[in-house]
Design a protein around this ligand. Structure first.
Ligand SMILES: [Zn+2]
Length: 683
């Protein structure tokens, strides 16, 4: 059994005085009102960078909250990445349970989420997030009446000040009981604190970001307390972070690749009705945010109530081995999967071999107790039983648009292009830290299609890790895109040696052929890939282009319609589909496609001539008139627009049709002159 060490800072009487919640601890005959609940998640915030024990930074707002509630000194995230970690808080599950092991995946709609449970129970639910990583599309918006993921134009994050402004505006008119989740992103790279604190934290800009964020936390909590005061509801607050930041510890600059304390150990404070102010040293997982909120709302099923972090019951009853994982290097490159298990003061990391640390005596994890450490059977079993995901299954098709991919790249999150080859002698991520920076830079450059710059980085990666299929395929693609055929083919050959059965190798080779003068060699490859895996977007796209080149227009149209079911079509996609449909005389589809493009583009739409022609052939004369009237004289097809407009004018029996025919004649070009001469309507 885990030793529980709760040091009460105050007697219960004193707690009710400092608790701040109107009804806490006050006996009453009426059933206690359900509290309004505030969850604040601080992105990229290390446990030692915030709170009363933090060094080098002042965080008065966080400290004030800590004084009001339970401060957990050994809280752990479930994964050192934003989306997996938040998915755990929202579902109460480890990544093995909810299936989100990396950013840019999607939380499946089948998992019950805390917001939906509270909404069903009559709560108002609202979320304000500050990063593209948590955009609605990634699945965390379920159950929220309001999910504000608005970002400033062209940016991938929003400042804590701007997010707080939005949350405060909402709080001014929200009813109770309320569940409000606010996510701040400031401490994530790049470290560029507000001008107000920049000078003070010139040497530690990361801490400067935290200090500035803390100020916004203060504004938020004050407004939330005012809201619950106005509504006469108790107030319950949880504040934690989704993961820390390496800052060079164990060679890790940022987060996501390793399981050391710098990224896994997180701050956690729970302020709630009937929660005594205390400092807790028992290790806990932030997935228990889920159970805590449900308990506050009166929704926690009996068998799980022991997992609440805020209830009156002793934490020991919920005692469990705390787990965590960092699967990104495994899922991306096939390196050793990494699992963490913490019990009491002992922390074990399984990644090819087992490391053991006493995190109380040695929080920097400098002394690996290794094989000599006496692991408890529970800890050993937790490590052995942890479900390692299969790289194929974890990579359910997520057909991201180019824009989404670039957004993720600008945040440093580009997942591999292919599932890796899994092998038992794969490197341990902790031994490959020298490569993290290069891997990230290479991913960013690759997504930005800066192929000449990315090649030396990929070569460097492959020297250190010759079985890195992702790097080999990217290298082949980079050479292919630069027209260096022989080098591209050599890289494809090496990739096929690494992964003889990989459908990705075949796909990328086909794309290589489709790009060049040997495009006909791509045809059988693409046909086979699309037949086997009809959802494989890059292959479907390449086959659509190849079919056009072959003049097989009907098939190209069918493929483009398929693409539109795999990802949201862009305006350019719709224009191309419209043109093909027009060529194949599929008027209805052509009209639909151009109209779709026009609604995306707005006033900048340049295909009104086509639309006018199509409406005319569909005998939609007034629509044709409206479309053709939009064509400006500067348009290269203006003579055609005048000719078609004159036809419409005759058909609609407009009084100025003679003048329009004359104008069409006057501005005729080589094409329209002949058409006008033969037009019976004009005679
Ligand atoms: Zn994060």
């Amino acid at each position: 059994m885990i030793a529980v060490r709760i040091c009460l800072l105050a007697s219960l009487l004193a707690v009710s005085a400092c608790g701040g919640a109107p009804s806490s601890g006050t006996p009453s005959t009426a059933p206690p009102a359900r509290p309004s609940i505030l969850l604040v998640t601080l992105d990229t915030t290390r446990a030692d960078a915030i709170g009363p024990e933090a060094r080098g930074v002042d965080t008065p707002a966080f400290n004030a909250l800590a004084a009001r509630g339970r401060r957990f000194r050994q809280a752990y995230t479930t994964a050192p990445e934003t989306l997996p970690s938040h998915s755990s808080m929202m579902t109460g599950l480890y990544p093995g349970g909810h299936g989100v092991h990396e950013n840019a995946r999607h939380l499946a709609d089948t998992h019950p989420v805390v917001a939906a449970r509270l909404k069903d129970a009559g709560y108002r639910t609202a979320a304000f997030v500050s990063s593209f990583i948590l955009a609605r599309r990634f699945g965390l918006a379920r159950g929220f009446d309001v999910y504000d993921d608005t970002l400033p134009a062209g940016q991938v994050e929003r400042s804590s000040r701007a997010t707080t402004d939005q949350a405060l505006a909402y709080l001014g008119q929200a009813s109770a009981p309320l569940f409000l989740w606010v996510h701040y992103f400031d401490p994530h790279t790049p470290y560029a604190p507000d001008a107000a604190v920049a000078a003070q934290y010139a040497k530690t800009p990361y801490l400067g970001e935290i200090a500035a964020m803390d100020e916004q936390l203060g504004r938020l909590v004050q407004a939330f307390d005012a809201h619950t005061g106005r509504q006469g509801t108790p107030s319950a607050i949880i504040i934690t972070s989704d993961h820390g930041e390496g800052l060079g510890d164990h060679g890790e600059p940022q987060h996501g690749n390793l399981l050391y304390q710098s990224t896994m150990h997180v701050p956690l404070v729970v302020v709630g009705p009937a929660t005594a102010a205390a400092v807790v040293d028992e290790p806990v997982s932030t997935r228990r945010v889920f159970h805590t909120i449900l308990e506050w709302a009166g929704l926690e099923p009996a068998d799980r109530s022991r997992r609440s972090l805020g209830g009156g019951a002793s934490l020991a009853e919920g005692g469990e081995v705390v787990l965590g994982e960092a699967m990104k290097p495994f899922l991306g490159y096939g390196w050793q999967p990494q699992i963490m298990a913490v019990e009491g003061r002992q922390k074990a990391i399984l990644a090819g071999k087992t490391e053991v640390y006493d995190v109380i005596a040695d929080p920097a994890e400098e002394k690996n107790l290794g094989a000599g450490a006496n692991l408890s059977p529970a800890l050993r079993k937790a490590l052995d039983d942890y479900p390692v995901p299969s790289p194929e299954a974890a990579r359910a098709p997520e057909n991201l648009s180019d824009e989404a991919r670039r957004n993720l790249a600008s945040l440093g999150y580009v997942s591999a292009s292919t599932p890796p080859v899994v092998r038992t002698d794969a490197p341990r991520p902790a031994d490959m830290v020298a490569l993290f920076d290069t891997l990230e830079k290479a991913s960013g450059l690759f997504v930005q299609e800066r192929y000449a710059q990315v090649i030396p980085l990929l070569e460097k990666i492959l020297t250190a890790d010759p079985y890195n299929l992702d790097a080999e395929l990217r290298l082949a693609t980079a050479y292919s895109s630069l027209g260096q055929n022989a080098k591209a083919l050599a890289a494809f050959k090496r990739a096929a040696t690494i992964a003889p059965r990989s459908p990705d190798v075949r796909t990328y080779l086909a794309l290589h052929y489709a790009r060049g003068k040997d495009w006909h060699q791509a045809v059988p490859l693409l046909e086979r890939i699309v037949a086997e895996t009809p959802e494989r977007l890059p292959a479907v796209e390449a086959l659509a282009v190849v079919r056009e080149r072959q003049g097989r227009i009907e098939e190209a149209i069918a493929l483009r319609q398929k693409i539109a079911t795999l990802r949201a079509p862009t305006a350019a996609d719709l224009v191309r589909l419209g043109q093909l449909a027009m060529q194949a005389q599929q008027t209805t589809l052509a009209i639909e496609s151009f109209e779709g493009a026009r609604s995306k583009v707005g006033p900048g739409f340049t295909h009104d001539v086509e639309l006018g022609v199509l409406y005319l052939s569909a005998r939609r004369f007034t629509d044709a008139r409206t479309a053709l009237d939009r064509v400006p004289p500067s348009h290269p097809e203006y003579p055609m627009a005048l000719f078609k407009r004159a036809q419409v004018s005759v058909l609609l029996k407009e009084p100025d049709s003679a003048a329009r025919i004359a104008r069409a004649r006057q501005h005729a070009d080589g094409t329209t002159r002949e058409l006008i001469a033969r037009e019976r309507l004009f005679q």
